[in-house]
Write a protein that binds this ligand. Structure first.
Ligand code: PHE
Length: 348
């Protein structure tokens, strides 16, 4: 049984030499020295032939054990070498969060930029941002805004109703009322008055839907920014001041506003606000209608649970696309929705 110390020595030597292996080439050379055709372990295995019948199974077992140790050693070395190769390929230090060199820089959509700019202007006046659902109850969209089912003003917006199956749980409603895709963000006025205690000032940006035929200035899906300020003694002077500030922030110090009498069921008095500015290209120095506004109708305050003898308010609603088109000189509303990079890149 002189084989046993010889094999133990062989394995120990291999383990010792393995420490020096750091590359794939060194690993291959090491492997050849042990298990290659002229390897140390191979030599021992060849020696089996000279053994007696009785010795063979005992020595065979010892050889197998030595072989197993060597194989484990080789497997561990391979992992070590591969790890070293990966680390070398990545280089150190390595930041896994770095952007790839070819990633193109995106940019905000012009409507997003315009919205953020508008909201920033109103924030300066103490307005905070509020939101409401796009799927709205008929009551929040119309009735609470003093526009009952038989009101002629409702025709213009009597529009996209949803079948019962679409009713969402998060739009609280009274009874078995219909749901609509909101036609204006004025429904957020209602939700804010119902859920907050005055005084407050909010601006509510959001998507609206109407069954408008699509052309250069109309889209069935568009965006508005609503404004509502409820307090004691809010007056027309406040309305004018707020809107004048907004227009000068957006169109420059030379922009002027004009309030022209109009009608909305939820404001009294009601106005269209016109804008005139010397730097609007071919639209310069002309009165352009850009939003509806007025003082909140006492009936609406009442429907929304506020005492009209204590509180008053101002409200306005503007079309985001309209403002973005004027600011950037865009002549067709459809450009906003086509995802044409030649258009979008101009705002990067
Ligand atoms: N909701 C109106 C519209 O969409 C605009 C508006 C808002 C008018 C607030 C007055 C007050 O046309």
């Amino acid at each position: 049984m002189a084989m046993q110390p010889q094999l133990a020595q062989l394995v120990a030597t291999a383990q010792q030499e393995a420490l020096a292996v750091t590359s794939r080439a060194e690993l291959e050379a090491f492997k050849a020295r042990v298990v290659g055709p002229n390897g140390s372990l191979t030599a021992v295995m060849k020696g089996m032939a000279t053994l007696s019948k009785e010795e063979r199974p005992v020595v065979g077992k010892l050889i197998n054990e030595a072989k197993k140790s060597v194989e484990e050693l080789l497997a561990a070395l391979l992992l070590k070498v591969e790890d070293a190769e990966i680390a070398a390929a990545l280089g150190t230090p390595w930041d896994a969060t770095l952007t790839g060199p070819d990633a193109p820089a995106g940019s905000l959509h012009p409507l997003t930029r315009t919205r953020e700019r508008i909201l920033a202007s109103f924030r300066k006046l103490g307005f905070t941002v509020a939101e409401g659902p796009e799927i709205e109850t008929e009551w929040h969209c119309f009735d609470a805004l003093n526009t009952p089912a038989d009101h002629p003003a409702r025709d213009m917006q009597d529009t996209l109703y949803l079948p019962k199956a679409f009713r969402s749980a998060d739009a609280p409603r009274k009874g078995d009322e219909a749901l609509v895709l909101r036609t204006h963000t004025s429904s957020v006025q209602v939700r804010t008055m119902l859920s907050r205690k005055p005084p407050f000032r909010i601006v509510a940006p959001g998507r609206c839907f109407r069954r408008d035929a699509v052309d250069a200035t109309h889209s069935a899906n568009f965006h508005q920014v609503e404004g509502l300020w409820i307090d004691r003694n809010v007056t027309l002077a406040d309305l004018r001041g707020v809107l004048d500030f907004f227009v000068k922030e957006t169109f420059g110090p030379d922009a002027e506003i004009r309030l022209r009498p109009s009608f909305f069921p939820f404001t009294e008095p009601s106005f269209e606000m016109d804008l005139r500015s010397p730097n609007l290209g071919r639209l310069s120095n002309r009165w352009l209608e850009i939003m509806g506004c007025g003082l909140v109708d006492p009936k609406v305050l009442e429907l929304c649970g506020l005492d009209p003898n204590e509180f008053s308010g101002l409200a306005f609603g503007l079309g985001l696309e309209r403002i973005a088109m004027l600011v950037h000189g865009i002549d067709d509303i459809r450009h906003f929705y086509n995802n044409d990079l030649r258009f979008l890149r101009q705002f990067a």
